[in-house]
Structure formats: C-alpha cells, structure tokens
Design a protein around this ligand. Sequence first.
Ligand SMILES: [Zn+2]
Length: 341
Amino acid sequence: MIDLPAEPTHEEDGEPALQALPGLPNTVRPLRFDVRLLPPDLADWRGGNTGLPGIMQFRSGTPGPHVAVTALMHGNEIAGAIVLDALLRDRFRPIRGTLTLGFLNLAAFDRFDAAEPTASRFVDEDMNRVWDPAILDGNRETTELDRARALRPLLDSVDILLDLHSMLWPSEPLILSGPTAKGRRLAATLGTPPTVVADHGHQSGPRLIDYGRFADPAAAPVACLVEAGPHWEAETVDTARIAVQSLLRTTGMIDHAPLPGPVPRIRSASVTQVITATTASFAFVRAFRGGDVIRKRGTLIAHDGGIEIRTPHDDCLLVMPSLRPSRGHTAVRLAQLLDHS
Ligand SMILES: [Zn+2]
C-alpha cells in the first residue's frame, strides 16, 4: 500500500515541481512508497538497433503500419519497461509492418532508486510536456529536450503509438485518448484498460499523444496513453502487457490469438473540468481513487481554502486525483461519463 507521502518531489500532474509544502523548509523530504517491482535490466537494448539509444525496431518485410510502443517517458514508471523488456527477450517479431519498442527517458530511468522512487520521474523537466513543434524547434536545452529532438524523426514515421505510463496515486487503470475521434477509436479497440478518457492534456505543455500528427484530426497517425495502474505493482505490469498484446493483435502484428478473457465493456468519459489547487490547504473530503464515479451533480468532493469543490454534473468520473496537490497544480480532472453500457 502507498503511505500518504508528504509531497511528491516530481509533480505527477502539472508543472514539474521540487517544492515543499508551504510553511515547511524548502527541502525535498523522503517519501515512503513500497516498490514491488524490480527495475528491468535494459543493457541489451540500451544501444538500440536504429542508431537511437534505447530504440529497438523490427521490420517484418511485409506491408503494414509502423506501430510503436514506448515506455519510460517518465523514468520511474518501470512497469511498461518490464513489458517491453520481456517482449524483446522473447524475440517477438511482427508478422507485418514495422514494430518499434522504445525506452524513452533512459537518463531519468538510470537514476531510479527504490528508496526514493518519485525522484527519477525526469532529469530536468517533464518529458511528456515538450511535444510542441515550437518547443522542439526552439533553443532551450535540457536532457529531456535533447532526447525528444533525437526521437522526433522516428516519431514522425509512426502510424500507431501506444505510450505506457503508470500512476502515483491509487487509481483504476485507464486510457487517455486525447481529444480526437481517432484516438478514442484506438482506445476502444484496445479494450484494456476498459476506461477511456478523452482529454485535452495539460496547460503546462503537450504530451507525446498531443504531438502534431497524432493530435491532428485530419492526419491518419494516432496515439493513446495507457495509465496502467499504480507505478510499482505487479498488476500494473499485467495490465500494460494485455494492452500491448491487444495492440499487436488489432494491428495485425501477431496472428489473431484468442483474447485472454472476455472482452471488457468499455467505459468512456470526456474531461469537462480541470481542478487546480489554488491554495496550500486543498483537501478532498475523502481519499478518492481514480476511477471513482460521483453520481449526483453538486456533490462536495474537496475544499480549496474556503472554496467548495463540487461535481459539475451527474456521473462524474474522477481522473487521477492527486491526494496532496501543491498550490498551482492539478488536483483532479473531472470527466463526464459518456455511456456506461
Ligand atoms: Zn507517466
């Protein structure tokens, strides 16, 4: 279980932050998280086979899409890396098209320390907030921007992308599809995790799934982000593995093998409101889990200083609540359930 930490050192859902709670010394305090996964040994893939470190690519020789599965956009989200490492060790090869398996932020991953597992989310800045051509074409230099720039030509050749992530706070797994219909279609096709949330990303910068070609409704390339569960739990690896298998199956990279179980019913939602903590005393009325649904409009869910935060509509899905948000950071995103078949 996750002990409620004092403060994430690398903010999960907003701008990168290294700050203590107001009123406390501005030092990074140690956190207590149980890490139940061993980080994979990526030595065999570190050199890559494309000229790009950490990028492994396999061409089937048969026409088909260029499918990419990426992990370690955040260096401490090791579950997805475990899944890709296992695929590579199994010598998986696609039967059509091209498959790219990528470990994105190796510099951050190399700093992973189970004793302080939140500290290695990134080195200089959140790599999943830089996918704006203006930022990528700009002059700013960080570890993450250097890496993003190196990866850009590869990503410009991808047709279908699945970016594997995990979550700090307790939450049901989910797929973030971005705002496009093609993203929602891809997410629904995967079927795992069975909750699909359409959203517009973060004010602090575009994610990879928001990058030009993937976000352009008129362009064919499509991308989704899987939040497979809590960062360091075995179930998260299982969820990510099933999502990847589903992608490989639906894109024709493997023969139509039977699904591991009944196809789950998809629960779809669309983000309607981003709740940002405006005070240091933001507090939910109880320890919500991501995926919780508040049925009634107007239900009190949090206090932000003297302000009451209430659900703006019925059937309100709580997306990745951050139980200890710092001021100025996203506390939760609220989504309207579109169906609950
Ligand atoms: Zn992440």
